[in-house]
Write a protein that binds this ligand. Structure first.
Ligand code: ADP
Ligand code: ZN
Ligand code: MG
Length: 494
């Protein structure tokens, strides 16, 4: 087959990711500067993260702990000893002219992460995950990277701990990449080492190549030789799941078009231009030798083997999702919602432990998350008020207020006005009316509305709704409409 006659169907898309994850530590990886977002540029800096001569790095134990947690979560090999290297290059965001990173002895090797794509489970292999320092950030003024009038540099971010997670070229589509990123973020948040809400906390370099289908074996697997021989592009500057999907779709089409026209896809680094929705060529791809890696002599090798046993990690989302289904009898959908973050899952379990698990699921997954979502809030925004939510569920479970009032009045007022449920129930008189009171309201309604009663008795079943409405009015909406319906029918039978 000549290049000109290649059909799209014969082309296989291959993608591998390098994901940079910002680790949630209080201070930077090699100095004691804060990692909190600062008001002004170049506020959280010191001689170490500014790369001033003579400054020496001191490794942050918290960053190593986070890395070990990630390693355990992806079932990676954590070696006896790990080591840091200098990666040399000149760029204004890196004042030392080298980045402290890891090279041939990274803290994690050969892990995997299970993802679900269209109902099917797949393992994505993770080749390595290593610790490194983030460079500073550049702000291009008056344009983008290639058209700005000038560029400002901010070293607040310089020295923030990063974990770079490198996958094998195991993805065959952008939607698999999306599923992977979602799962990865969930796992990292469960571990408490990552905050997806933080600006720039996830940055992705995506490698993509197109391989002709005949290089695949009968199982559709592509051999190492074909993967290595393929010209791939590395797309940089992707900062979101959506960005990754769009950039990869663009790059896939661009490369397929080139191949169909018999052109060679250059091996190069490309830049994702989010605003224009295209990738642009930046430079030919650097090779390892360009970086002149050598050992970081200011940091001794680090023995980590015993950390694995000493550091524990929580139950991870996939396992928890499965347990929620078997232990509480939840649907897959409900279990997914309830394990979307560790905080939600922990709260669900505390409520399900006290009340009926189905009632707890309705309250946490539907009512609470629904109302929070509507207000653009997260469960972490009401972390100190979860006892009040539990109390509200208790009021419903013990039949002290109707589910409707609880949902539509009490919960909403709790969120909008910051009051506790008992106060709202008290002030709005929502306490369920006692049975006697409902019964006398039923009798009254029947006496006062002979026309409706006559309609009902002559077979117009709808007339009962009018009577229910009358009783609800008399009881200030605090009776249960279903109960009232029953009581009315029983009374009219006599
Ligand atoms: P490099 O020399 O560029 O560092 P690596 O072997 O470290 O190459 O791989 C970097 C990334 O490129 C990994 O995420 C890997 O999965 C991906 N990759 C390797 N081969 C291919 C390919 N043929 N197509 C797409 N991505 C690939
Ligand atoms: Zn510093
Ligand atoms: Mg590499």
């Amino acid at each position: 087959m000549t290049a000109q006659t290649v059909q799209r169907g014969d082309l296989v898309t291959v993608i591998g990711l390098e994901v940079h994850v910002q680790l949630e530590t209080d201070t930077k990886i090699f100095c004691r500067c804060s990692t909190e977002p600062a008001d002004d540029p170049n506020e959280n800096v010191c001689p170490v993260c500014l790369g001033l001569p003579g400054a020496l790095p001191v490794l942050n134990e918290g960053a190593v702990e986070a890395a070990v947690k990630i390693g355990k979560a992806i079932d990676a090999d954590i070696p006896e000893e790990t080591r840091f290297h200098r990666k040399n290059y000149y760029y204004p965001d890196l004042p030392k002219n080298f980045q402290i990173t890891q090279y041939d002895e990274p803290i994690c090797q050969e892990g995997e992460l299970e993802i679900a794509v269209e109902g099917e489970r797949r393992d994505v292999r993770i080749e390595r995950a290593h610790l490194e320092e983030d460079p500073g950030s550049l702000q291009h003024v008056g344009g983008s990277i290639d058209s700005a009038d000038y560029t400002l540099v901010d070293y607040n971010r310089a020295g923030t701990p990063l974990m770079e997670i490198v996958t094998a070229p195991d993805f065959r589509s952008a939607s698999e990449v999306r599923a992977f990123l979602a799962e990865l973020e969930e796992v990292l948040e469960y571990l408490g080492v990552f905050d997806a809400g933080r600006d720039g906390s996830l940055r992705i370099d995506a490698n993509l190549s197109i391989i002709e289908g005949e290089a695949a074996d009968e199982n559709g697997e592509i051999g190492v030789d074909a993967l290595e021989a393929a010209n791939r592009t590395e797309v940089k500057n992707i900062s979101s799941h959506k960005g990754a999907e769009k950039a990869l779709a663009y790059e896939e089409t661009r490369q397929k078009n080139a191949i169909e026209r018999g052109r060679v896809v250059e091996q190069e680094t490309r830049h994702w231009d989010e605003s224009r929705g295209i990738t642009v060529s930046m430079r030919s791809k650097e090779e390892e030798k360009d970086y002149r890696y050598f050992e970081e002599a200011d940091l001794p090798p680090l023995r980590v083997s015993h950390w694995k046993d000493e550091i524990s990690i929580p139950e991870l989302p996939t396992a928890r999702r499965e347990r929620f289904q078997s232990e509480y009898g939840l649907s897959e959908e409900a279990a997914s919602k309830l394990t979307s973050t560790k905080q939600v899952a922990d709260f669900y379990e505390s409520v399900a432990g006290e009340f009926d698990p189905d009632l707890a699921a309705t309250w946490v997954a539907d009512n609470l998350l629904g109302e929070l979502n509507y207000r653009d809030m997260e469960i972490t925004d009401i972390a100190d008020r979860l006892e009040e939510v539990t109390r509200l569920v208790e009021l419903v479970a013990e039949d002290e207020i109707t589910a409707k009032n609880a949902r539509e009045t009490v919960l909403r007022d709790m969120l909008d006005e910051g009051k506790d449920p008992d106060t709202i129930v008290e002030e709005a008189g929502l306490g369920k009316t006692d049975d006697d009171e409902v019964q006398s309201a039923v009798v009254e309604a029947i006496e006062e509305n002979p026309d409706a009663v006559a309609d009902y008795e002559s077979g117009d079943d709808g007339a009962i709704n009018f009577l229910v409405g009358q009783v609800m009015q008399k009881t200030g909406g605090s009776a249960d409409p279903g109960d009232v319906n029953q009581l009315l029918r029983a009374e009219l039978e006599d």
